[in-house]
Design a protein around this ligand. Sequence first.
Ligand SMILES: [Zn+2]
Length: 374
Amino acid sequence: MSVIEGRSPQTGEVLRVETDGDRIVGVRRAETRDASLPWLIPGLIDLQVNGYAGFDVNGADVCAESVIGITHALAAAGVTTWVPTIITASEEAIVASLRAVCAARDADARVAAAVPFAHVEGPFLSDQDGPRGAHDLAQIRPVDADEVARWAAHGPLGYVTVSPHWPGAPEQIARIVASGVRVAVGHAHATPEQIRAAVDAGASLSTHLGNGIFATLPRHPNPIWTQLADDRLTAGFIGDGHHLPADTLTAMVRAKGPGRSFLVSDSVALAGTAPGRYHQPVGGDVELFPDGKLTLASTPFLAGSGVNLAQVVEFTLTRTPLGLPTVVELASGTPARVIGNRSIGRVQAGARADLVLLDADGRVVDVLAQGARP
Ligand SMILES: [Zn+2]
């Protein structure tokens, strides 16, 4: 049994959390308040990770070691649960990534606990420049529930991101949802009507709302308002400080409500590595800046995100007025509910011992992942 102590973000009380193995076995509230103690929050949960610390869940080299490597590197940073995000590629390449996730979960019990399933972001996305983002146009194809069923035979598939502009999208989405795979709206050039039809068919998530969309939109109606307004959609937001300005992130989270919003990093493999210029097999030359900004070299265009969710939390705490209790909801509580796991995203007896201590500036100072220091 071990004990970790810190302040509750909700009440300011000092919490003494007792853990045994990978579980929290008791949470005691001290009578005293001690403002010098760090904040004690649940482990962070990132639903959108393409890569980290040099490892990638995409590409020809993907293997179980990539997924295992990311799991351990993220845990050390305070991200104790994460969802591998597989981008647009051939069916064979998507299956190879899903097999790697499956093999990693089979090989390492800590990975099996930290990685609930994979997210396939593509290939049924917008074929237009802008909303398509960096996804490979040659591999963009119409939404196809049969292909999703073939993927799902090879690895744990939680959700797939779709642009609902495709003809027949509602029928395909309904079939995907009926098979137990959730559908997110994203990288879309769909109309508000097409988005509503997708949600009527069962789509329940928005992928990085506010990004993966045309740079210029009608002021209203437009697909951002439609997704913000529809309570049936829970939305992810890239809180790296570069994809969404702080006031945009603040207003979107307030419109959606923290119970239907979650923060993601959308990190790529270079995140967590040293700043500098790199050559990527997909995407060419890129530059990683010390603040985590990742651009196509010598351009202002973002090439993914170079931060982890702990850095997203720090940014959101220091640059928006949302406040710690809300940020904890966005980075732990809501994503835990999206995953559907009641033993994560909370500090209480019986929950998994995934705990993070944050200093007054929102920086991670200590981590317990599945009851152990990573
Ligand atoms: Zn994306």
